[in-house]
Write a protein that binds this ligand. Structure first.
Ligand SMILES: [Zn+2]
Length: 178
């Protein structure tokens, strides 16, 4: 499992750690009998460094039938379109993070609506939770992470130019409910 992780797309969000976060001694791959699989284990204190997916939260802001998407200003998928989203930080709920990221990336304040879905893939190190959102204030502006922001009619969503699988899957799920 560890060797699979080291050579995969996981590493775009997960740096496989070399040292123990508890005591700084080197980690090495060991087979853990009671878990029946390989793990990264500390040679000093025995700490097991588990590698888990990280959570991303985002919103699909809806304006009278149009949705707000942004063009990514940074890698990965720079230049492609998606809805505002980003990593959930410790101390936040997924809803909090979705609202904050929407504000940071687009300048608009939103009220969270129903969840569209949670998007998780075996070969991705990210789980993305997406909510519908109603704009309640702010002013649209770009930032380092968003090079353009545009309202798209549902008939005009740039399907060929969407950034992530979760962008496509969440927008399809949202559309089905309209
Ligand atoms: Zn240790």
């Amino acid at each position: 499992m560890i060797s699979k992780i080291k050579g995969s797309a996981f590493t775009s969000v997960h740096c496989v750690p070399k040292f123990c976060s508890q005591c700084s001694v080197s980690l090495s791959v060991k087979f853990i009998k009671y878990e029946k699989q390989e793990r990264l284990v500390c040679g000093g204190c025995g700490y097991i460094a588990y590698l888990n997916p990280v959570t991303v939260a985002g919103t699909i802001p809806v304006y009278k039938g149009k949705i707000l998407l942004l063009k990514r200003g940074i890698q990965p998928q720079k230049g492609k379109w998606t809805f505002p989203a980003g990593f959930v930080e410790l101390g936040e709920s997924a809803e909090d993070a979705a609202v904050r990221e929407t504000w940071e990336e687009t300048g608009i304040k939103v009220k969270i609506g129903p969840m569209v879905g949670a998007y998780s893939y075996r070969d991705s190190g990210v789980t993305t939770i997406v909510y519908v959102a109603a704009p309640i204030g702010g002013k649209i502006r770009t930032c380092r992470e968003s090079s353009a922001i545009k309202k798209f009619a549902v008939t005009n969503i740039p399907w060929q130019d969407l950034a992530f699988r979760s962008s496509v899957d969440a927008l399809k799920d949202w559309l089905e409910k309209q």
